[in-house]
Design a protein around this ligand. Structure first.
Ligand code: G1P
Length: 301
């Protein structure tokens, strides 16, 4: 059992990064030297997926361009003997991987976006990756970890992590019954509850393995939180019919949909970068060396 198709909802406006995202997709914003969407696609491929399904909108041509072969660029790099760069460009989409683009005609929420993937996904189980949740720093990429769970249980799996209680209003929050280390069965799920109404502080992050039954349920899903058709609400209906698991993945998640999370991802992944990591580390050391002295106005204690 292997997931062959991965869906990437990328039609959002990216308003939190305006004006950077005025003419280009937010998923094209780079973390160090690769766009967010490339990390997501790489993660799907590492989990065994072969077909990438992008749910896109009219402002997202940069995503299609990114995953197209650029023969002119490749020829130029080859002629100049820039082997490493040539490899980096060719690696954007390895051989045997295909891309499908589906337009989401209106922005009606994550659930609506996923439902647009039906013609490409059909009756197969599939993965969903939200590119602005960047997950790194583990022994195995997050979706590959989830794929192992899926192989064992053959059912829907959602990636979850503990978040501060005061942040439950930003996430889908689950109520669970543990069945093993880091693995639970979901008993309840609610989209963006206020902290006093949240059933737990276990939040869904942007990784899902879903059965195709979700499409039928999405068809019937009415607008929910924020007036949008929520994937969370369709998952709640799915739980009534099938087992849905919550998996606490290993790794660090960066919320690259927020400026702070995006900066953290760049700093931490910059520090690990093979080319610039060491130089960046000593730069940061020098920069922060004087921050602890008495002149530090940012201290609150
Ligand atoms: C979406 C989902 C939410 C999930 C979150 C993870 O919300 O609706 O359930 O917890 O992604 O990032 P969004 O961040 O698109 O508002």
């Amino acid at each position: 059992m292997r997931i062959r198709k991965a869906v990437f909802p990328v039609a959002g406006l990216g308003t939190r990064f305006l004006p950077a995202t005025k003419a280009s997709a937010k998923e094209i914003l780079p973390v160090v030297d690769k766009p967010l969407i490339q990390y997501a696609v790489k993660e799907a491929i590492a989990a065994g997926a072969e077909e990438m399904v992008f749910i896109t909108s009219h402002t997202k041509n940069s995503i299609m361009d990114h995953f197209d072969r650029d023969y002119e660029l490749e020829a130029t790099l080859e002629a100049k003997g820039k082997e490493e760069l040539l490899k980096a460009v060719k690696d954007v989409l390895p051989p045997g991987i295909s891309c499908v683009y589906i337009r989401q005609p209106e922005q009606m929420g994550l659930g609506h976006a996923i439902n647009c993937a039906l013609p490409a996904v059909g009756d197969q189980d599939f993965a969903v990756i939200l590119a602005d949740d960047l997950i790194a720093g583990s022994f195995q990429p997050c979706m590959a970890q989830m794929q192992r769970v899926y192989q064992e249980y053959g059912t829907s799996v959602l990636a979850v992590q503990r978040v501060p209680w005061e942040e439950t209003y930003k996430y889908g929050i689950v109520e669970v019954e543990p069945i093993g280390p880091g693995l639970s069965e979901i008993r309840g799920i609610v989209e963006k509850p206020d902290p006093d109404k949240a059933p737990s502080n276990l939040a869904v992050v942007g990784r899902y393995i879903l059965t195709p039954r979700i499409f039928r349920l999405l068809d019937k899903t009415q607008p929910g939180a924020g007036g949008e058709i929520q994937l969370t609400d369709a998952i709640e209906a799915l739980m009534g019919e099938q087992t849905v698991l919550a998996y606490e993945f290993e790794g660090t998640r960066y919320d690259c949909g927020s400026k702070f999370g995006y900066l953290k991802a760049n700093v931490e992944m910059g520090l690990q970068h093979h080319e610039i990591g060491d130089e960046f580390r000593s730069y940061l050391k020098n920069l922060t060396a004087g921050w602890d002295d008495d002149n530090d106005t940012s201290r609150t204690d």
